[in-house]
Design a protein around this ligand. Structure first.
Ligand code: NFS
Length: 658
């Protein structure tokens, strides 16, 4: 039944309404995962194989062991994931250069302050120079990070001093982003690197080129070009699609095109054209990480997360789904063919069979965006019956790391002090990043929502990105009112600072913002002096993508303890499982553990947070230490003393500190 597949009532409604439509939910139940590949016991890096290392076959034809094979397979996934994020960053660097040269129609530098701060960090002179000259150098320096052969990627200098020294000692500093990927593919070619630990060290270095390279520069350049996000309000879920307007869904990852589509959607000429076809307007919505990009800068409502992509089309109300790269299901063409929906592919890198191809040219971006919207409008008269679920939810999104610092002290005293103090005193037990995808092998959003709920109930402040963020938003978790679910200590701090207990920090590439936030917590002082000291965890409950394992790996290499749900992709080699969990922990202070059981995963998260509190000599976490707080304190006192006396007492006496 539909509701076995998703906790999202809108998703279930659409699935129930189109029983003859085959979706990823159906394919996941009929298509069994290969049990040998699932455990990483299949080696296909040469043509003597594929070798299946099961039963008595504990070596491949060449003699490769299970550990070598599992480490190689994992390494290759990380290389692919890191490549995806980094190539996205590279394109943004090209766009920045084109903008600086005045060659990119419709774009401009929106956040000069951020440009200056990034230039300063990269050691680029700013004094007496024009904005465009500085932007050109920033773009060029970003590109140099890809092709650098010696030295190290620039952004490592943003890490804590201790972390930088450790990376240098362990030779984990990525030299150039591209170089690390190429070297890792070389090392995992047949008959090259055979030692699992050695392969996994190189894997960490490659992933670092993503987290502290391609992703971090993608985030910074996006902010420079399109604006650094600050909190805004919007709505989410399939109900954001409109019955009487042209619905265009932007899906994929790179904000370059979607930004322009947002701008062109309010072009009077196009609005008039839409009206001439009988529509009341042009409605934009997002899916996947593009949704997060346009949500946090423009408040464009997401229609859903990864597993909602087919369902948006199946509402019958989408004139065009515009896709670029990554996380785009090949099955979209079949679903679109069932309706009047145009599937429009726009990236030169991604030809989508059966889709209309409208290549996006950043030099003529506004014209490209207008042509795409015009084509969508043309489809409106062909729209048949629609079934848009009446399901939406309010949300607040768009907390950049800059804004989180600002919230805690304004421009005058931008800082992480209030947050660190709250963690040190135990009002906040710890910090968690809940990130990553949906996976059709597990119930959509179930892990994401359960984990976030339990974390905030137990006073853990949660930051979210990607499909975990939109997954959380669908159930009201990004509304300020969700505060009611939080533990007393967390709730009081969130009320005082003015943040929700679940903080949306962006798309998947913006996991680099989490690295920056954690580094700022560490350098602020009071919780240790490195990410590895913090009572913090990263959790990826419903991962499906190679990018997710690249993220987990760079977070671990940065000192974070990372938990993944679903299934352990290297489970066939206990040696590799141990190396990634414990070997890395001993080496870099972070590691990855896979735990499909959500309750057990939560136990591991709390255990890690509490053990880090103890190691750092912080107050032992006690949920009752500060009693009730905020409205709940008033309620409790009112019950005890009656309203008048209670309010008098509450306003006269601040909650006891100990
Ligand atoms: Ni990231 Fe997962 Fe894809 Fe974004 Fe969503 S599936 S690894 S969250 S859209 S990249």
């Amino acid at each position: 039944m539909a509701d076995e597949r998703s906790v999202d009532s809108a998703a279930c409604e659409v699935l129930d309404g189109c029983e003859d439509l085959v979706t990823s939910f159906d394919r996941a139940s009929t298509l069994k995962a290969c049990p040998i590949g699932a455990e990483s016991l299949c080696c296909k890096v040469c043509y003597m194989g594929p070798c299946r290392l099961v039963g008595k076959n504990d070596r491949g034809v060449c003699g490769a062991t299970r550990a070598t094979v599992a480490a190689r397979n994992f390494a290759r996934s990380v290389a692919a994931g890191a490549s995806a994020h980094s190539d996205h960053g590279r394109d943004l660097a090209f766009t920045l250069i084109a903008v600086a040269k005045g060659e990119a129609q419709g774009y401009r530098i929106r956040d000069e302050a951020k440009l200056y701060s990034v230039a300063g960090m990269l050691g680029i002179k700013t004094e007496g120079r024009s904005v465009n000259d500085i932007a050109l150098d920033v773009g060029q320096e970003a590109l140099d990070n890809f092709g650098r052969q010696r030295g190290k990627v620039s952004y490592l200098s943003r890490a804590t001093k201790r972390r930088q020294a450790l990376w240098e000692k362990l030779e984990l500093e990525p030299r150039g982003i591209d170089r690390e990927v190429v070297e890792l593919l070389h090392r995992t070619h047949m008959g090259v690197d055979q030692d699992a630990e050695h392969i996994l060290d190189a894997t960490m270095r490659t992933a670092m080129g993503d987290g502290w390279g391609g992703s971090m520069l993608a985030t910074d350049i996006s902010d420079i070009l399109f604006g650094t996000p600050s909190p805004l309000q919007s709505k989410i879920n399939l109900g954001v699609l409109q019955d009487d307007q042209v619905n265009i869904v932007v899906h994929g990852h790179e904000p370059t095109l979607s930004e322009m589509i947002v701008a062109a959607a309010s072009d009077p000429e196009l609005l008039e054209y839409a009206e001439s076809k009988g529509a009341k307007g042009i409605n934009l919505a997002g899916i996947c990480c593009t949704a997060n990009e346009v949500l946090m800068r423009h408040g464009i409502p997401p229609a859903g997360n990864f597993l909602s992509q087919e369902l948006a089309i199946a509402t019958g109300s989408v004139e065009a789904m515009v896709v670029d790269v990554q996380c785009i299901m090949q099955a979209l063409t079949d679903v679109a063919n069932r309706f009047h929906t145009k599937l429009i592919a726009t990236s030169k890198k991604a030809k989508v069979e059966g889709a209309e191809y409208m290549p996006f040219d950043e030099h003529k971006a506004y014209d490209s965006a207008k042509a795409i919207i015009r084509s969508a409008i043309d489809a409106y008269p062909q729209r048949g019956a629609t079934r848009i679920p009446a399901v939406t939810e309010e949300l607040i999104a768009g907390f950049s790391h800059e804004y989180i610092g600002y919230m805690q002290g304004g421009l005058y005293r931008n800082s992480f002090r209030p947050l660190n103090d709250a963690v040190a005193s135990g009002r906040i037990r710890g910090l968690a990043g809940v990130v990553g995808c949906n996976n059709a092998r597990v119930k959509q959003d179930e892990g994401i929502t359960k984990i976030i709920r339990e974390l905030i109930r137990n006073d853990v402040l949660v930051v979210v990105t990607g499909c975990a963020a939109t997954g959380a938003a669908k159930y009201g978790y990004l509304r300020p009112e969700f505060m009611a679910e939080a533990g007393a200590g967390l709730r009081e701090v969130c009320e005082a600072i003015g943040i929700p207990p679940v903080v949306h920090v962006g798309s998947c590439v913006d996991n680099s913002r989490i690295l920056t936030i954690l580094t700022q917590c560490a350098t602020e002082g009071g919780l240790g002096d490195d990410i590895a000291d913090l009572p913090a965890v990263g959790i990826c409950p419903e991962y499906m993508s190679e990018k997710a394992v690249a993220i987990g790996t760079y977070c671990a290499a940065s000192g974070a303890y990372v938990l993944f749900g679903v299934h352990n992709p290297v489970g066939g080699s206990p040696e590799v499982v141990d190396l990634i969990a414990n070997g890395w922990m001993n080496k870099v202070g972070g590691g990855i553990v896979w735990e499909p059981d959500i309750d057990k995963l939560l136990e591991l998260a709390f255990k890690h947070i509490d053990s880090k509190r103890e190691e750092a000599g912080l107050a032992e976490y006690d949920p009752m230490r500060f009693g009730e707080s905020g409205d709940r304190l008033i309620e409790a006192l009112e019950k005890q003393l009656g309203q008048e006396q209670a309010v008098g007492l509450y306003t006269a006496t601040p909650a006891a500190e100990s």
